[in-house]
Design a binder for this molecule. Structure first.
Ligand SMILES: Cc1cc2nc3c(=O)[nH]c(=O)nc-3n(C[C@H](O)[C@H](O)[C@H](O)COP(=O)(O)OP(=O)(O)OC[C@H]3O[C@@H](n4cnc5c(N)ncnc54)[C@H](O)[C@@H]3O)c2cc1C
Length: 117
């Protein structure tokens, strides 16, 4: 029998932790370009998926005190278009430019890529 999947869309980190408390076995989805492919191919099941896309705290590129901080749910396109990444992290910028297609880069995130890796 096919399992039904519920999608949760928390809008803050505080709401995310509450969703995790209520659904400890939930899977996390950022852009879904890996996760949905895996699930559709039959590698695992998810009763609950918690989506990160509406959590603005995770979609940030900040430069302060000599550090660059990138939120886990920042899309690859946002990184490619960031003046901070272009000017300061040329190797990362160039690597992302090689990844997938514009559509995949619009959906895919840096956190999702690292977690799959
Ligand atoms: C057609 C196509 C082409 C592709 N080309 C490339 C390529 O050239 N190079 C490449 O490296 N990849 C490629 N990919 C893979 C994929 O697009 C990238 O790895 C992308 O960056 C994944 O990000 P995502 O946000 O979509 O991850 P998701 O699919 O949302 O998540 C991937 C995994 O990470 C977990 N996860 C996501 N975010 C977090 C988080 N914040 N904390 C903890 N766990 C998290 C998820 O639970 C899941 O297990 C391609 C995929 C497709 C479909």
């Amino acid at each position: 029998m096919k399992m039904k999947t519920s999608f949760l869309l928390p809008e803050s980190l505080a709401a995310l932790w509450m969703d995790f408390d209520a659904h400890p076995n939930a899977k996390i989805m950022a852009g879904g370009t890996d996760l949905l492919v895996f699930l559709r191919a039959g590698y695992g099941k998810a009763a609950t998926i918690i989506c990160l896309e509406n959590i603005s705290e995770l979609n940030t590129i900040k430069q302060r005190d000599g550090y660059i901080t990138i939120g886990a749910a920042t899309s690859l396109t946002n990184l490619l278009e960031s003046s901070v990444i272009t000017s300061q992290l040329a190797v990362l910028h160039s690597a992302i430019g090689e990844l997938g297609s514009p559509l995949i880069r619009n959906m895919g995130t840096i956190g999702g890529n690292i977690c799959t890796g």
